[in-house]
Design a protein around this ligand. Structure first.
Ligand SMILES: [Zn+2]
Ligand SMILES: [Zn+2]
Length: 383
């Protein structure tokens, strides 16, 4: 089923009174309320898209599709498997992130650096369609509460930042593109096996002679092969997120993946993937490497192992393209951009806290004053 088919199925289900011309007009991210015509937005943690104005609730139509693995090589060789993505995108002039834009919103800004968008520049593009997603579970308020708890632990967060956490405009719900890969691996290796043994040595310390056990290692060459299966290696397909925080946002509960339905995007931003399918697989190989290495170490045996060469074949490679929900808060402080991320499934918060020098200086001065006061009191009362 294509994106259009999805949305039409949905629309036919809920707007059966409307005719086809009207269906085409409203086949963008925001759907309109049957009762009052206002935009409908997905309500996190539910299966509804709700009207923010009249309160009408609409259940999201379940397509009943299963989430299937797709063949990696056939997608690489056949570009016709790329389809037009169902939302329009705009490129950020500052950081280069490509985000979806809602045609009903005239003023919008980049979720990653808060630079205003030129909404007229929105364009349509082809790509691999996501077949599944995890819908937002936390709403903006819950995400902000998690953020406040987190920033509250940071003694040195500047006051501006605390204010920013109260600014709803700075929090954006973004569906981040990911790949997951499955593959069989078969790895030929060469290396060394080290076995420990102990020798008794006699040592002289001053006048005394004593013995001690000293560990030695005997090395022998080793080679062989190991094989196994990588299941659902998760690779982020965005280049806009700070790399060191992406993994810290894990784990995601991928058992909660839902078949893709455009309704879940209503009211949220979608980021266009920047890491292509084949680049993503290269990243997946790196993520899977430690697993293969530990298998090799087990295969070599002994007490310690050295791996010299690894030659890995991957077969039956399949992938899934999915969207995962994050709240992104981009914050500019003294000309620098800081980002905070809230996992909208689990509430996990990650980000960089700029330190306020005024607060640090004050803290140090107070510290010195307390010590000085303590010394003064000690001397005073001891005299
Ligand atoms: Zn309404
Ligand atoms: Zn940007």
């Amino acid at each position: 089923m294509s994106w259009t088919a999805h949305s039409e199925a949905f629309l036919l289900h809920y707007h059966h009174s409307r005719n086809m011309e009207e269906l085409n007009e409203i086949s963008t991210v925001a759907f309109n309320c049957n009762d009052c015509g206002a935009d409908l937005t997905y309500s996190p943690g539910t299966q509804n898209i709700d009207c923010q104005y009249c309160g009408a609730k609409n259940k999201i139509f379940d397509t009943g599709e299963s989430i299937e693995e797709q063949d990696f090589h056939s997608h690489l060789s056949d570009t016709s498997q790329k389809e037009q993505l169902p939302v329009k995108f705009v490129d950020c002039s500052k950081c280069g992130a490509t985000s979806s834009i809602d045609q009903h919103i005239t003023a919008s800004s980049c979720p990653y650096c808060s630079t205003p968008f030129v909404t007229d520049a929105a364009y349509e593009t082809n790509g691999i369609l996501p077949k599944s997603l995890i819908p937002f579970q936390l709403d903006k308020k819950q995400a902000q509460q998690e953020f406040k708890k987190w920033i509250g632990r940071s003694w040195f967060a500047p006051n501006d930042l605390k204010k920013a956490s109260l600014n709803f405009e700075k929090f954006k719900g973004v569906y981040i593109p990911y790949w997951t890969y499955d593959a069989n691996y078969d790895c030929q290796y060469t290396g060394l096996r080290g076995d420990h043994y102990y020798v008794t040595e006699t040592v002289r310390i001053g006048d005394k002679t004593t013995t001690r056990q000293v560990q030695k290692t005997s090395w022998s060459s080793a080679s062989g092969s190991v094989s196994g299966f990588h299941n659902d290696i998760l690779v982020v397909a965005s280049t806009s997120l700070p790399a060191r925080y992406v993994h810290k946002l894990e784990p995601w509960d991928l058992s909660k993946l839902t078949p893709f339905n455009k309704s879940y995007l209503s009211g949220f931003t979608v980021e266009r993937y920047k890491i292509e399918l084949d680049q993503g697989f290269e990243a997946a190989k790196e993520i899977g490497k430690p697993t293969i290495k530990s298998k090799i170490r087990g295969d070599i045996g002994g007490d310690v192992q050295t791996i010299n060469t690894m030659n890995t074949d991957y077969t039956n490679i399949t992938f899934k393209h999915l969207l995962l929900p994050l709240y992104v808060c981009a914050y500019q402080f003294k000309g620098e951009v800081f980002q905070f991320l809230v996992n909208a499934q689990t509430g996990e918060v990650q980000g960089e806290k700029p330190k306020s020098w005024i607060k640090i200086t004050l803290a140090i001065l107070i510290g010195i004053a307390l010590i000085a006061g303590g010394i003064w009191a000690f001397m005073h009362f001891n005299n």
